[in-house]
Design a protein around this ligand. Sequence first.
Ligand SMILES: [Zn+2]
Length: 297
Amino acid sequence: MRYLWLWVFAAVLWALSGQHATAAEVKAAKYQVGKAVVWAIADSTGNRDTSVFSGAAPEVLAQYMPSGKSPTAVMAFLVKVGHETVLIDTGLGAPSGSRASQLTAGLRQAETPPEDVTLVLVTHMHGDHIGGLTQNGGRAFPSARVLSAKTEHDFWLDEKSPERFPSRKAGFEMARSVLGLYGSASETFEFDAIVASGIQALDARGHTPGHTAFLLESDGEKMLFWGDLVHAATLQFARPDINSQYDMNPEESAVTRTRFMEKAAAEKLPIAGAHLPFPGVGTVEKNPAGGYVYNSR
Ligand SMILES: [Zn+2]
């Protein structure tokens, strides 16, 4: 009996500290883009270390990541535009080990219960973008349609893909099970399609076969949601030629990254990135000495 009491007490303490940790870690920031409202929500935050840039020269890593780390996050973006409540990517989801997902708490801060989300736009199907589509084995967003690029969808759901890329077996299984939950509510689009009022899907292939950027435009104002073009802000704006080990087609990734940085700088286009440090929103300038400079907003 005594042990039981001790156990209960410990459990209550753990629950309380867990709650406090959750409340303290919610990070959400609000932006206005024309008539649209954008919430940048951190599913988690942390630091990227140099090990994922194994292709880069050590002196370059020492220059741009002198501490060996670059601040990062797993971001999701809520966009309220027209009659749609759109979520761009969904974070890691709850069953992610010690890195508990903060997406639901962030949505609460944005006063948007998950059942209010009408559309989920998926930049690509890595686990840190589609994991949050499911909760407790069911749909995390029961009223939402889920849209992904046809090339991305077909790659991850092709029965032959696991044979061709055996190291990514878990990723294929996850895509299949998570999208399977949505049945006919999971739909695809072609690049350049208008996927929601004021949102266009742009070809950002390289990181994955159908990696997509979404361009929001409302009342002449714009924001570009560019998914995983950058994994370490301190390194890759200065050196967009450097890929991370997550970039499935390195050559294409570097070309795409540079093309979008050039576009963002030339058009003074605010960008929102899934792995930029919180709030994940900023602007890009061209550095006359080479590369680009990122200014967080
Ligand atoms: Zn990612």
